[in-house]
Design a protein around this ligand. Structure first.
Ligand code: KG4
Ligand code: ZN
Length: 355
């Protein structure tokens, strides 16, 4: 079955065609129109600009995705769209486009939870992967552990109590003058610095909770940088990147080890934009080798937001019969509940302007 996947929850508009079925999990196209260059001017995502850019791109990239896949709308078995969580105005563009397309063609429509989408990237990269497994989703808006009981059943068992790991990377990246989003630049710069140069608090909360908190390490790094600036002392950016990355990766690995032990899971899926972090990937490989855990990590091309992951997640929603109607609405919230349009919530990417 060919599924069209549409993603517009933040600053990437994406449309993709995947082919899913018994023994088949193949990406036929995955077109991504990134807005990063536009938002870089402001140092973070500007929601209203994001919505406008989605509107400009969505029709073009959808037809490009079909063309690259070598199919037409008539060949589709369904349309899957990210409906939550994310920036409400951005989500609405994808949801309304997908609804119109599905309705006009009489195609089944399914709403996809963006987080489930990130996890579904692993199904595309690892054709034999099946739940149950433990998933660590680390992105600009989320840092959560899930027990994934089936492709559509997720139980959150821990995660950040405040900021997300990606947001923490982006914030410090911006302060030390790296281009937005700072995550990948910090990743590279960290190789040139000393991971023990600067004492920073661990984001891992004490005890046997699986929860983390990134606000403390962010504040400590900001205080360190401000103190240095006030004293007129030179800042070694590579040391900041290395020490910051070291503490964040160490905390994520520590809580992943605990989550594996507590859940009894023998497979770990790493997902989300921060899953592209090379230090985290290496450290989790080592952990999984030590604990005898199978590790599924999508390639870097499937870690960030993309339509293929949404289409893959949508396929499993179609199998479960979880169809959406024309009343489908977008939601900024993690659970898909609707609130007022100016609600951005705590677990949002690094937003510098909100409605
Ligand atoms: O999943 P994603 O594309 O969007 C959200 O759903 O939030 O994740 C974007 C986040 C950004 O914070 C970005 O800085 C981070 O992923 N990121 C990285 C790396 N590549 C992207 N963080 C750390 N290391 C990387 N290599
Ligand atoms: Zn994402």
């Amino acid at each position: 079955m060919y599924i069209l996947g549409m993603e517009s929850s933040c600053d990437e508009t994406s449309a993709a065609v995947v082919e899913m079925g018994e023994g088949v999990r193949a990406i036929r196209s995955n077109v991504i129109a990134s807005q990063i260059e536009t938002h870089r001017l402001y140092g973070g995502v500007v929601p209203e600009i994001a919505s406008r850019a989605h509107i400009e791109a969505i029709s073009r990239i959808t037809y490009q995705a079909l063309e690259e896949a070598g199919i037409t709308l008539a060949d589709l078995g369904g349309v899957a769209v990210t409906a939550f969580p994310g920036l409400i105005g951005a989500l609405l563009v994808g949801v309304n486009f997908a609804k119109s397309l599905a309705f006009s063609r009489g195609l089944p429509l399914v709403a996809v939870n963006h987080i489930h989408g990130h996890v579904a990237a692993a199904y595309l990269a690892h054709p034999t992967l099946k739940p149950p497994f433990l998933a660590l989703v680390v992105s600009g808006g989320h840092t959560c552990f899930y027990r994934v009981d089936s492709e559509t059943d997720f139980v959150e068992i821990g995660g950040t109590r405040d900021d997300a790991a990606g947001e923490a990377f982006d914030k410090i990246g911006r302060v030390i003058g790296l281009p937005y989003p700072g995550g990948s630049a910090i990743d590279r710069l960290a190789y040139e610095g000393d991971p023990h140069a600067i004492a920073l608090p661990s984001p891992a909360l004490g005890g046997d909770t699986l929860d983390l908190s990134f606000s403390g390490i962010k504040t400590a790094a900001l205080n360190y940088l401000n103190g240095k600036a006030q004293r007129g002392e030179e800042i070694v950016r590579a040391d900041v990147a290395a020490s910051y990355t070291h503490r964040i990766v160490e905390a994520l690995v520590k809580k992943t080890e605990l989550a594996l032990a507590q859940s009894g899971m023998k497979t770990l899926v790493l997902a989300g934009g921060v899953a592209a972090n090379s230090h985290l990937r290496t450290a989790l490989e080592a952990l999984c080798q030590k604990t005898g855990t199978a590790l599924a990590m999508p390639p870097l091309s499937l870690c960030g937001d993309n339509g293929a992951m949404v289409a893959a997640a949508g396929y499993f929603e179609i199998l479960r019969g979880n169809f959406a109607g024309t009343a489908l609405n977008a939601s900024a919230n993690d659970d898909g509940t609707c609130t007022s349009i100016n609600s951005t919530g705590l677990n949002q990417p690094d937003i510098i302007a909100t409605w």
